[in-house]
Design a protein around this ligand. Structure first.
Ligand code: ATP
Ligand code: MG
Length: 440
């Protein structure tokens, strides 16, 4: 492969703080290289925030050479070096994996840059740049694969995937992110690895799924490969045969991008799971060790979509949506605070359906209806907290406490949803007395 062009040299120049760290190590007699994602992205012409350094210096030497360090992962040789602004940069000693079991590795120091690059997963991730001597080390022709648009395992793919099963999912993510193809031997080995992915911890699998949602503009490219390779079959059986129209809905939602926008990631996840039986969704997410907040947000959105999606589409198609009363009930069911998220999810699904030629409301129709729903949400009483009376008022007119009080309050919400003008103390107390008598 040719020497880097002036443009590449320019892109490969790390931030000043990283260059300073490399210089300090170099002056102390330790060769030091930029490695990993930043080098790959620089060669692709994409900016990358974290510049990782690999060095011949042992971790204890790195800790002595710099004033402020953080022991990020000493057993793996990683020291965090803090720059003047307090930003941390990772410096990792050249290392080789000596023992692996598909999940964890034990490492050995005192090895060469070549050994360090050889333990990396893909050729495009195994390129090193010497920021002082301004030269590339690329023993596996990663630049060639960048130019060809190929994700290729370093070395023998089956062996590399046996060492660490996560690499199968990483290959898929890098391919989707850069629009690359997975080289055929590497792809075949991913298929053979798929039945063994159950060995991975739920946390690592979830993190890979999250990174896919966060980094990949069109996650359907990755998710279709999770399906085709058998990875979904092993890891999230409910998505084994997830249809393309669902994957397209994920694409229709905006990429969260770094720094992460958690709600956007959650919405993409909701789209992915929205073809499942809503009762299955919490189980799937808990198995992936999702946060409680994510489990509840996604499950609620999927349930709402199941309950209301078709009714809304039908109403739009038949002009039933002109009825304010019907709309108000829907807005109450969705909830004021969830309305925007629900609207985006619905728009994504309908966009995906139109893409595959299925009937669905148009973007303009849905936008117009959504605007009316927002107006209702911020104008009309929708839940118990909005009522012109509270539980104490009801007890004062003789409604007993306990479950009946709850039922009466819900009855009052339905009463004002039918007509918001009824939300006055007099009308509500009269209705409450009637409801309580009826229930006795
Ligand atoms: P991203 O932009 O997603 O951070 P990255 O290439 O920087 O991409 P990291 O997970 O941050 O990916 O890892 C940094 C580097 O460490 C990779 O480029 C690769 O060389 C190496 N690496 C990371 N994970 C593995 C793995 N499971 N097996 C082998 N090498 C790995
Ligand atoms: Mg990285």
């Amino acid at each position: 492969m040719s020497a880097p062009s002036p443009r590449e040299v320019d892109a490969l120049r790390p931030p000043a703080a990283v260059l300073d760290i490399a210089r300090t190590l170099h002056r102390a007699g330790y060769e030091t290289w930029c490695v990993g994602g930043a080098v790959r992205d620089a060669l692709l012409g994409i900016s990358h925030l974290d510049w990782d350094l690999a060095t011949a210096a042992r971790p204890e030497v790195v800790r002595k050479l710099f004033r402020r360090t953080v022991p990020v992962g000493l057993q793996f040789g990683t020291v965090g070096v803090l720059d003047a602004a307090g930003h941390m940069h990772e410096v990792t000693t050249f290392r080789r994996d000596v023992r692996t079991d598909g999940r964890h590795a034990e490492v050995e120091f005192g090895v060469s840059l070549h050994d360090d690059l050889a333990r990396r997963d893909f050729t495009i991730n195994a390129i090193a740049w010497d920021p002082i001597g301004e030269r590339l080390a690329d023993p596996f022709d990663g630049r060639g694969d960048l130019a060809r648009g190929l994700v290729r395992a370093v070395g023998e793919p089956d062996e590399r995937f046996r060492e660490d099963r996560l690499r199968a999912l990483r290959a898929i993510r890098f391919a989707a992110r850069f629009g690359f193809t997975i080289e055929s031997h590497t792809w075949d080995a991913i298929g053979r690895s798929a039945p063994h992915l159950g060995r991975l911890s739920a946390e690592r699998v979830k993190q890979e799924l999250d990174k896919t949602m966060e980094q990949v503009m069109r996650p359907s490219a990755a998710l279709a490969l999770w399906r085709e390779s058998g990875a979904f079959g092993t890891l999230i059986a409910a998505l084994r045969d997830v249809p393309d129209v669902i994957l397209a809905a994920v694409d229709a939602l905006p990429v969260p991008g770094p720094p992460t926008r958690p709600l956007r990631r959650t919405l993409r996840l909701a789209a992915l799971l929205s073809g499942l039986d809503p009762r299955e969704v919490p189980r799937v997410l808990k198995a992936l060790k999702s946060s409680n907040l994510e489990v509840s947000t996604v499950s609620t959105l999927v349930s709402l979509w199941h309950d209301l999606g078709d009714s809304l589409a039908h109403a739009l198609a038949t002009a039933q949506a002109d009825d304010e009363r019907v709309l108000r009930h829907w807005v109450a069911r969705i909830g004021r605070l969830r309305l925007a998220a629900f609207a985006r999810l619905a728009a994504a699904h309908w966009w995906a359906r139109r893409e595959v030629g299925q009937p669905a409301p148009t973007a303009a129709e849905w936008r117009a209806l959504y605007r009316r729903m927002v107006r209702i949400a911020f104008r009309d009483p929708l839940d118990i907290a909005d009522l012109a009376v509270d539980g104490d008022d009801l007890r004062r007119v003789g409604v007993p406490g306990g479950p009946l009080l709850g039922r009466v309050l819900h009855g009052l919400v339905a009463f004002v949803l039918d007509d918001p003008a009824r939300n006055t103390p007099d009308a509500l107390l009269a209705e409450a007395t009637r409801l309580a008598a009826e229930a006795r």
